[in-house]
Ligand binder design. Structure first.
Ligand code: FAQ
Length: 308
């Protein structure tokens, strides 16, 4: 009881919790769940964009997209390391992902159909990720908060590259502008779903706020994202993707239409447009990459023999 009070008073006074500090088992498990879901999202999130690297329209776009996808891989690795400080191994985390037991962000179960989707993903998906993750730079668990500082810096470049693709398409031909509009229409609703279920349906928010894992609720962040993004849509000269989007003077926020929550639950429970394809792709690369892991281990062993 006394330990729990000391722990909570540290959190209340904004001191970070470090790996060797005492923490309630539920706090540890909650972090393993959230950080590993986040890491898996970064890794699975490489797939929709990686698919477009060979088809990028110019050398500049190809180099930029390649660097972005590589950054996402790096984010996954920092996050797996942060998660390991809680006493779970990388192998266990990988096994949870490959078996389908672990969740990853719903957004990566949608297909990237055209080049404009590279714009929409960078602009909207990274934009939504930043909105959520800037808060996480002040989350109570030290290793997670510190990993988020670097991740957020990189994500803000990603968002700008996505917006730049959209801007170029919108200044281009009618067909290109149509492609940008279509990408916005398709990625808008799934981007809003990234923030998680409505607050009244969120199982973890109350406790996460108390432990300062979350500093804002799912609905608060979703609203902030909508308010920030509408002026950007207008700047691009695109039509709003939801007919119910209207500025509400009283609330000082945009009102918006109904999110299809049935679709959200279906996607996070494994039945979205690309769930099977994403996991299959990860499983294949795990098995096909076995020789690389074996070679790296053999090389490390050989080197350690030399130094003994
Ligand atoms: N997708 O009680 P809550 C990125 C689950 S990184 C799938 O509200 P919580 C970078 C939730 O796990 C994107 N599942 O949960 C990039 C829980 O299920 P469980 C990832 C979701 O944790 C860009 C249940 O629903 N970002 O995009 C989702 O308090 C471009 C109840 O929900 C992070 O992971 C969802 N969208 O709040 C990469 C950020 N939402 O575990 C490549 C860190 C909810 O009990 C290209 N995570 N669920 O079985 C968080 O901030 C939180 O975990 C939330 C959910 C806000 C996502």
């Amino acid at each position: 009881m006394e330990q729990e009070q000391i722990f909570q008073s540290k959190i209340d006074s904004n001191q970070s919790i470090e790996p060797k500090d005492w923490m309630p088992e539920k706090y540890r498990q909650t972090h393993i769940r959230q950080i590993s879901q986040h890491a898996h999202s970064e890794i699975i999130g490489m797939l929709p964009e990686a698919n477009w690297i060979t088809r990028a329209p110019t050398l500049k776009r190809k180099v930029t997209l390649l660097a972005k996808v590589q950054d996402e891989g790096g984010h996954g690795l920092y996050l797996y390391s942060a998660c390991e400080t809680l006493g779970i191994s990388r192998d266990e985390l990988t096994a949870q992902l490959l078996s389908g037991k672990a969740k990853y962000s719903s957004i990566f179960n949608y297909p990237a159909l055209t080049w404009a989707d590279m714009g929409a993903i960078g602009w909207l998906v990274d934009g939504a990720a930043i909105m959520n993750q800037v808060m996480l730079t002040r989350t109570s668990y030290g290793p997670y908060a510190r990993a988020m500082v670097r991740i957020c810096k990189e994500e803000s470049f990603h968002q700008r590259q996505g917006f730049d693709i959209m801007l170029t398409l919108c200044k281009g031909t009618e067909v290109q502008k149509k492609m940008a509009q279509d990408a916005l229409n398709r990625w808008w609703w799934p981007s809003l779903m990234m923030f998680g279920p409505r607050d009244e349906e969120s199982t973890h928010t109350t406790q996460a706020l108390k432990w300062k894992i979350k500093l804002k609720t799912n609905d608060e962040l979703r609203q902030m994202f909508i308010d920030q993004t509408i002026p950007q849509i207008k700047l691009l000269g695109l039509e709003l993707p939801d007919k119910d989007l209207k500025w509400n003077e009283e609330r000082n926020h945009y009102d918006f239409g109904q999110i299809d929550w049935d679709e959200f639950w279906k996607v996070i429970n494994g039945d979205g447009p690309c769930n099977k394809q994403r996991l299959e792709s990860k499983r294949n690369s795990w098995f096909e990459g076995a020789w690389v892991r074996e070679a790296a281990l053999a090389y490390a062993e050989k080197k350690s023999d030399i130094y003994i």
